[in-house]
Each structure stands twice: as C-alpha cells, then as structure tokens.
Design a binder for this molecule. Structure first.
Ligand code: EPU
Length: 419
C-alpha cells in the first residue's frame, strides 16, 4: 500500500504550476460523446478520475488517444453502446454525465447511479427532473437510471436547488435537443462555463453560462476541434492553504485570478498577503500573525465547499476561535476525526465546525477518507513539525496531479513510498 511521508514544519517557498480543472475535465470528456468527429482536449489533468471516465467512454465505443499525459483525443463517431457498466460508474460521481451525453446520441440510455465521495445523501432528483422536462421518460431502480429519450426536445427547467451536476447534465441533454431550452436557477461554477465554452466551440448554441439562466437552442450536430480546459480552482486553493498554513511564500501559476476571488478575500481577511498577477497569485503568510475568521461555503461565486477541509486545517494553525459553516453538503465533516489525531481541536454541530486554533500540531498516521479530506491531511502534515504519514492515496490520486513532485518543488520534505 502506498503512503505519503511528510517531514513538516518548513515554510513552503517557490512556484507551483496548477493543472487543468478536474471537474471541468470530467464533464467535457463525456460531452465529447455528443460530437461525431475528433475532439482534441488539452490541459487535461493527469489524475485517476480522468482515467476512469476515459475507461467508461471507451467501453461505449469511443476511440481515445493520449498523445501526451495532458492531452486527450476523443472520437465518438462510432459510439455503439448505450448501457454503462455499474462497476465502472461506481468509481466516480461524474459518471452521471453519461446520462446527458448518451441521450443526445441514442433514443435510450441506461446509466447506473454514480459513485463518488460520501457527504451524506447525494440525490440526483434534479438531474432526472431536467431530463423529464426535456421530454424524456425516466425510470430509476436501485442500480440503473433507464431513460427513454425518443421524445427529447427543448423545454423549460427550474432547478429547485443550485446543482453543478444537474446544470451540466441538462446542458448536455439540451445541446442536440430540437427547439429551445431555458434552464433557471443554474450553478455558475467556472467548470459549468468551461463545459458550455467547449460545446459552443464545437458548434453548440448555449448562452448565459455563468449566470442563473442558461438558454440553449438545439443544433443538428457538432463538429470536432481543439479545446483547452481551464485551470483547477480547487487545486490552486489547496496550494494557497498549504502556503499559508506553513507561513510560506508561494507563487501559484497558471490560474484565473477571477476564479480565486472568494478564496483570496478570506485569506486576506486572515492577514495573508495576496498579490494578483494576470495568470498567477502570490500567497505570502510570513510577514505578520494570522487572524481567526468565519467562513461559510456556498455555490460559486461563494467560498467553495471543496476547500472547506484545507481551510479548516489552515484555521487550526491560527490563534483563536474560527467558525466554518458548510453550506452545500449536509455531511462533510466526517474526516475531522482523523485531524483530531494531530491534536486539532474541532467541535462539530450539524453543519457548523468550531475550531480552537493555535495549539501546535502533533505528527500522526492519517488515513485519507475522501479526496479533499486527503488534501487537507497533506496540508496539516506540511504545517506540523515531525514526520506524519498519509495512507489511502487512491482518494488523493483522483484529483491532484503529481502532488508529491509539485510540493517538493516548493521545498516540502515529502516522499511517496510503497509499504
Ligand atoms: N442536490 C440535490 N439534488 C440533485 C443534485 C444536487 O438535492 O439532483 C444537492 C446536493 O445534495 C448538494 C447540493 O445540491 O447539497 C449541491 O450538489 P451539486 O449537484 O452541485 O454537486 P455535484 O455536482 O454532485 C460537484 C463537484 C463536487 C463539489 C460540488 C459542489 C463534480 C464531479 N463534483 O458535485 O466536487 O463538491 O459540485 O461544488 O463536479 C470534489 O471535487 O471533491 C467534489 C466533491
């Protein structure tokens, strides 16, 4: 079993390059199934979630090439299978995007319920509602969602909750659906916009992505092309937290500063110096003491839930009481039991975490319980004097490209070993 060993307590310094966005890649790769032509997708992160979604589309008959580790070429001209294997789908959440993509290509599709990290109940009712609003018949049993899309056409969808996945699935389903679709109360995350930009660059007619209302005129077909995925906001935020928690000074390259605004604002409120450049930000936490703050996670443009775990670790290094309210998921604090092994003091009450910060962290053996929890354990180990180890790296590998090499390049004493 692989584990990461970190001899922490040293301020990180230097420059780190951010990879393409995981949550954009896992939507854009299924979206390429709507194109009966070659799509060249660049800046794809080299992570296991991408491998999993590629494996799924290959099993459906798409041809996939990887000319280098960050470029994927998808040709779905000969897509021939409309049933997704439950074992493959259980590996990740984004397997649900095959629902929206397959009903654009076939009159019927059978896609299993998705896997993914466990944050309590993760319903897909809004995804299924959108398919029904677009003329589909949908029947879900314990394993599969069975969709009859012979009546697929444009329609109006009002989402009862703001959902990234449901917004993306509805865009996928509506792209080739005859007529006009209006989606209301949409998610505005950068990866929703990136998906719409990808589809538009292939000939789709999607307007309003990044706002509450998205309007789509169905087109007859899409053409191939080349598209570059946006940088990963969450990977960048994780390195920001690592830089600040170690009281370091790190330049984070290849980012879109606009996507980082809510995060930078909270770091500045703590007393971290943030310098913004065109495609980079510098995070400097070594010139004054940091302050305790309150944070609430919210859909974009709010503070992202996926950075809640690294933020909690950062706040545990700051003197005083901080409060973090989880505003997206009903249960995203299970991992704190692992952090408590390091002496971090966190009290959980429903969706509110109260952190008594400032006590020195103790090295510990930690087990990653999900992707972002695993990343937060790496941040904690970097901030802690002594050697800590982290296991269950398969979670971290799902979403962080070459994390050990990137941390070493900014001065971390970290290695990955096979036990
Ligand atoms: N929700 C419903 N019904 C639905 C869909 C969602 O009630 O049909 C609720 C959820 O229970 C949750 C809220 O709406 O309370 C938001 O869920 P959303 O659908 O936006 O989440 P998701 O699409 O399943 C994506 C990311 C997650 C990220 C969330 C929120 C991907 C593949 N996953 O999940 O990323 O936490 O948006 O931003 O894009 C991660 O990268 O580690 C990760 C978990």
């Amino acid at each position: 079993m692989d584990k990461i060993l970190i001899n922490g307590g040293k301020p990180l310094a230097g420059e780190v390059h951010i990879s393409g966005a995981k949550n954009a890649a896992v939507a854009i790769i299924p979206a390429a199934l709507l194109v009966e032509d070659r799509c060249v997708i660049e800046n794809v992160p080299d992570i296991s979630d991408v491998d999993s979604i590629l494996q799924m589309i290959v099993s459906l008959g798409a041809e996939v090439e990887k000319p280098d580790c960050n470029t994927v070429v998808v040709d779905a001209t000969n897509l021939s299978v409309n049933v997704v294997d439950p074992e493959l789908a259980s590996k990740m959440r984004a397997s649900y995007y095959l629902m929206g993509a397959l009903i654009g290509r076939f009159t019927k599709a059978k896609v299993p319920h998705p896997g993914g990290c466990n944050f309590g109940v993760r319903p897909i009712d809004q995804h299924l509602k959108s398919f029904r609003c677009l003329g589909c018949e949908v029947v879900a049993d314990d394993i599969f969602v069975d969709i009859d899309a012979s009546g697929l056409q444009g329609g109006n969808v009002y989402f009862d909750v703001v959902s990234v996945g449901a917004t993306i699935n509805a865009i996928l389903a509506a792209t080739l659906a005859p007529g006009k679709t209006v989606l209301e109360n949409c998610a505005k995350e950068p990866h929703v916009v990136d998906l719409a930009n990808f589809l538009n660059s292939m000939g789709a007619n999607i307007r309003g992505a990044g706002t509450d209302v998205i309007k789509i005129i169905g087109v007859g077909s899409l053409r191939g092309g080349t598209y570059t995925i946006i940088p990963d906001q969450i990977e960048a935020g994780t390195y920001m937290a690592a830089a600040a928690a170690t009281r370091g000074d790190v330049v984070i390259n290849n980012i879109i500063p606009k996507h980082m605004e809510a995060i930078s604002a909270k770091f500045e409120e703590m007393g971290v110096t943030i310098e913004e450049y065109d495609e980079a930000i510098r995070v400097k936490a070594n010139d004054r003491p940091l302050k305790n703050i309150k944070v609430k996670t919210l859909p974009y443009p709010g503070f992202p839930t996926d950075l809640q775990p690294p933020m909690i670790v950062l706040l545990s290094t700051v003197e005083g009481t901080s409060v973090v309210t989880e505003g997206v998921w009903e249960s995203r604090f299970q991992y704190v039991a692992e952090l408590e092994k390091m002496g971090i003091k966190i009290d959980i009450n429903g969706t509110v975490a109260t952190i008594e910060g400032g006590a020195p962290l103790k090295p510990a053996e930690l087990c990653a319980t999900d992707l972002r929890a695993g990343a937060s354990m790496i941040v904690a180990a970097l901030a802690c004097n002594g050697v800590s180890e982290i296991t269950q790296l398969r979670y971290i590998d799902r979403g962080y490209e070459h994390i050990v090499d990137k941390l070493r390049a900014i001065g971390a004493d970290v290695k990955r070993v096979d036990d």
